[in-house]
Design a protein around this ligand. Structure first.
Ligand SMILES: NC(=O)C1=CN([C@@H]2O[C@H](COP(=O)(O)OP(=O)(O)OC[C@H]3O[C@@H](n4cnc5c(N)ncnc54)[C@H](OP(=O)(O)O)[C@@H]3O)[C@@H](O)[C@H]2O)C=CC1
Ligand SMILES: CC(C)(CO)C(=O)C(=O)O
Length: 345
């Protein structure tokens, strides 16, 4: 196919996910990736983008093969826009895209958190704005070099406007699964993302963290609390792993050898992979904790229940944004047990 016949995709938010998607999709679409000047300059100095994954796939994509831009107007010619900024930046991005992108162009939020698509939708009437989900981890090891450290398929809200783009993702080796139940998918992803804060506080790779029972017990406390909050709010998370979401805390608490046997897929993570929240702390950036653990606390408050474990994780991450401290699993577990209201005997 001539390059001029390829669809144009704008990726708004040049970071870990944005850079990885740009590098993976570039052969089957004309990609424009829009981001901060410091990032775009660093990617140009790197000579383009490199991607690799845990199955050994890798490629160097030269700067002539992806358009790297700092000007939001570069999104004007896109046939599809993918939003890949952190949740706190969504409102600003929505305002920046309004009036720039062509009428009717679909916009997909490839972000964690429950409300990013709704924020974009409010500012972009006349566009199908669709929730998406990135299941795998991407680490930007050095500027311009992206490593996918775990598996899973990209998901998106089913919509006719995306018909021309499914083959692009498929041909690029990143199939996109259309889902009729994205609110349930995002709720299930939020449960998994409760580990982002624990991984950031642990300051160790995800695989090491999840291999140790006391870290998993911390996650089980946060997930069990979130599941109770979801039940109070009548939110049913989708089944994204071989285990039903309701079983996750019990399996996480199992001894290491049982956990390895029962949840081998949860441990199929590259040894270098860390959560995106760890990457934020490492780079001195504000984190997304208010859109993740903070979301559990807000839903709890709306439904007359409490979420002290997730509230404590929010506070600890905000403290870490100011000054980092490395926790041991035992110290964090004691801290999280300490905030729980004892249940009547
Ligand atoms: N990284 C991962 O492994 C995964 C991440 N996710 C989710 O994907 C989303 C993106 O995460 P990630 O890629 O890690 O984020 P990054 O912080 O790596 O990338 C986002 C980039 O967008 C930039 N940005 C913010 N606002 C604007 C703007 N108005 N115009 C241009 N650029 C802007 C940011 O700059 P600045 O820092 O200056 O704000 C940053 O460079 C998040 O919701 C995250 O939770 C989901 C699954 C996995
Ligand atoms: C893939 C996962 C769950 C963990 O890396 C993530 O979403 C993140 O880091 O933000």
């Amino acid at each position: 196919m001539s390059v001029h016949a390829l669809p144009r995709i704008a990726i708004y938010g040049a970071g870990s996910v944005g850079g990885y998607l740009a590098a993976r999709l570039h052969e089957h679409a004309r990609i424009t990736c829009i981001g901060r000047r410091r990032v775009i300059d660093a990617w140009r100095i790197h000579g383009g983008l490199d991607w690799s994954d845990l199955r050994g796939g890798h490629e160097h994509v030269a700067t002539r093969d992806v358009e790297l831009q700092v000007d939001p107007f570069a999104a004007a010619k896109a046939h599809l826009v993918l939003v890949t900024v952190k949740s706190a930046a969504t409102e600003t991005v929505a305002q920046e895209l309004a009036g720039i992108i062509a009428p009717g162009v679909p916009v997909v939020s490839f972000q964690n958190g429950l409300h990013n698509a709704a924020i974009l939708r409010d500012a972009l009437p006349g566009h199908p704005v669709l929730a998406g989900m990135v299941p795998f981890n991407v680490l930007q090891r050095i500027p311009g070099d992206f490593h996918q450290g775990s598996g899973g398929e990209l998901m998106v809200e089913a919509h006719d406007s995306l018909a021309a783009f499914f083959p692009v993702f498929e041909a690029s080796g990143l199939p996109l699964m259309a889902r009729p139940d994205m609110p349930a998918v995002l709720a299930a992803k939020l449960l998994l993302n409760l580990n982002n804060a624990i991984n950031a506080l642990a300051n160790v790779p995800l695989k090491d963290e999840l291999s140790q029972r006391d870290w998993r017990r911390c996650l089980a406390l946060a997930q069990r609390e979130a599941l109770a909050v979801f039940a109070a709010a009548q939110v049913q998370p989708a089944k994204l792993t071989p285990l039903r979401p309701q079983w996750l805390p019990r399996v996480l608490e199992m001894p290491d050898s049982w956990f390895r046997r029962l949840a081998s897929r949860l441990l199929a993570i590259d040894p270098v992979a860390r959560s995106s929240m760890w990457e934020d702390l490492e780079r001195g950036r504000p984190t997304e904790v208010d859109a993740i653990n903070g979301e559990v606390v807000r839903i709890a408050a709306r439904h007359g229940v409490t979420a002290p474990v997730n509230a404590r994780l929010v506070a600890l991450i905000h403290e870490a944004e100011q000054a980092r401290r490395t926790w041991s699993a035992q110290a964090l577990l004691a801290e999280l047990h300490g905030v729980q209201v004892p249940t009547a005997a």
